[in-house]
Design a protein around this ligand. Structure first.
Ligand SMILES: C[S@@+](CC[C@H](N)C(=O)[O-])C[C@H]1O[C@@H](n2cnc3c(N)ncnc32)[C@H](O)[C@@H]1O
Ligand code: SF4
Length: 506
């Protein structure tokens, strides 16, 4: 099979999603929309009856001599933000106390086993949900357990994620006295109206003064998340958001393109006219390009596709290493990780999670074997996440991938990639469409090395309204007619993904 033939056999809608389209405006039109949240290929599910014994075998082994990471999940939020797909549970002190008891039990159970006991953990991320919502007493218990259970490298990075709303002295002092050296805080927008209508709590002045209070300890790297494409976040608001960021002395930021999930409260509010529409994908592309220029001119350094550093204090180790697919220990309700050739996801429901820990088991919802092409998937994801792909190196290792040259030449002609004499770099339009470029590259690699053709498509771009609905329906309809459509949980995203199998075979 050649890639050219494979794309020629697709319907025009599927081809546009996978290969992209010819256009004079690659920034806004190279693809019809973004099609997945994270690029990847999923492996085979381990039968539930075998999962625990497989896990015990992995944990009894000695660790490999590579960098390793840990992810700890806190599944509570004070309020549910309209756009968010991560919300699991509201706050309740008793539930939180009991959860932390179980979380610590899970950690201490694994800490005795050779795979963890003899490892060196370089980076830990406490994510959510809203980890900063933990009471100071529970945060202290968790941070002390991290030091007891996880053998941290001397130059470890320990990130606590959360909301600016929780930046109060008692909590900040507890975090900083117990080893947190990086804080990642969701701001989304500094604009009071834009943020409050989405369910965020504080106004602009409160955000600025709380961030200043945290920075005044000078004890950790402080980074914030901003989203672009929110309802009523016009060009002026976006410019103000970036100006507040650069004036604040914050060490780094993540800039996220808003995904409007089809089933989200945000989509419903927009549909029934309670809220202004969110920016279309094309408008988001312009906001991305504006931010790229703005931050570059303020001497920010782009560390990975969404992440920017203002100075050297910000390393963003976790985000970078996670893309390399390094071994990742996971703890907590809804946490995901990958270890010993398996990818796993802990239960997302508190009751099931607690019952499994109580029974002395690893609280899996699912254990999957890593995709057989895992090594190449990690290389491609890591490189494209950092804005390049070294095709010659890939081809040296896997000669059958020579055909990717054709694909990257197509994208070069369309203004998405540029060959610099050694490797392909993503242009600014290519950086905006990086996730589609990565997903298509992986799907082509799978086709070239195994003959299996797939097209992954998630319902994450409802901001494009009918245009997206018609496109997605057209692709699904063709797949359904051919009996090729199947539903599966998308790894790590908590979303349902449609994997349209073997579309090229008519
Ligand atoms: C797991 S959330 C936790 C953040 C923290 N609880 C907060 O609310 O600030 C991490 C980040 O994901 C981003 N995020 C959540 N939903 C999103 C969406 N629909 N589209 C784009 N980014 C989103 C937000 O920027 C958020 O800060
Ligand atoms: S954005 Fe943060 S606080 Fe809001 S629902 Fe999502 S995880 Fe919770």
């Amino acid at each position: 099979m050649t890639l050219q033939k494979m794309f020629a056999a697709l319907s025009p809608a599927a081809r546009a999603l996978q290969l992209g389209q010819e256009t004079a405006s690659p920034l806004t039109e190279a693809f019809p929309r973004k099609r997945v949240v994270h690029a990847g290929l999923t492996g085979e599910m381990v039968p539930p009856g075998e999962a625990q014994s497989m896990w015990n075998t992995i944990m009894a082994e000695e660790p490999p001599a590579v960098s390793q990471a840990a992810y700890i999940h806190i599944p509570f939020c004070k309020t549910k933000c309209l756009y968010c797909g991560f919300f699991q549970n509201g706050l309740d002190q008793e539930t939180e106390n009991r959860y932390v008891d179980y979380l610590l039990r899970e950690m201490y159970q694994d800490a005795r086993k050779p795979r963890l006991k003899n490892s060196i953990i370089q980076t830990v991320f406490i994510g959510g949900g809203t980890p900063t919502s933990l009471s100071a007493a529970n945060a202290k218990r968790l941070l002390q357990a991290i030091r007891d259970c996880l053998p941290l490298a001397n130059d470890y990075e320990l990130t606590l994620e959360g909301r600016v709303h929780d930046l109060v002295p008692e909590k900040m002092e507890t975090w900083l006295a117990n080893g947190v050296n990086r804080m990642s805080l969701g701001v989304q927008s500094f604009n009071t109206r834009v943020r409050r209508q989405l369910g965020r709590l504080d106004d602009t002045d409160t955000i600025l003064s709380r961030l200043e209070a945290l920075q005044s300890y000078r004890q950790c790297s402080v980074v914030i998340d901003l989203i672009y494409g929110l309802p009523d976040q016009d060009q002026q608001v976006w410019e103000e958001d970036l100006a507040y960021l650069t004036a604040s002395g914050i060490d780094g930021c993540d800039l996220y393109q808003l995904n409007v999930f089809e089933g989200s409260a945000l989509n419903r509010a927009i549909q029934n006219g309670r809220m202004s529409p969110a920016a279309t994908t094309a408008r988001q592309a312009e906001m991305f390009a504006f931010a790229h220029k703005y931050l570059t001119s303020h001497h920010y350094k782009r560390l990975s596709s969404c992440h920017w550093a203002a100075n050297n204090r910000e390393r963003s180790l976790y985000n970078s290493l996670a893309k390399k697919n390094i071994p990742m220990f996971q703890f907590g309700c809804g946490a995901g990780g990958s270890l010993g050739g398996c990818v796993s996801m802990n239960h997302r429901m508190l009751a099931e999670y607690e019952a499994l820990v109580e029974a002395g088991q690893k609280p899996f919802m699912a254990l999957m074997r890593e995709h057989p092409l895992k090594n190449i998937i990690s290389q491609v994801n890591y490189q494209l996440e950092h804005g390049f792909l070294n095709l010659d190196r890939l081809v040296e290792e896997y000669p059958a991938l020579q055909e990717l040259q054709w694909l990257y030449e197509q994208w070069e002609r369309r203004g998405l990639t540029a060959f610099n004499g050694v490797l392909y770099e993503l242009t600014v339009p290519g950086q905006f469409w990086q996730i589609n470029i990565a997903q298509t590259t992986l799907e082509c690699i799978q086709a070239l090395l195994t003959g299996k053709t797939l097209l992954s498509l998630q319902r994450i771009a409802a901001q494009d309204g009918r245009k997206d609905g018609d496109l997605t329906r057209a692709v699904h309809h063709k797949a359904k007619k051919a009996g090729k459509e199947k539903q599966m949980p998308a790894a790590g995203s908590g979303l349902t993904e449609l994997v349209l199998g073997n579309l090229a075979e008519k």
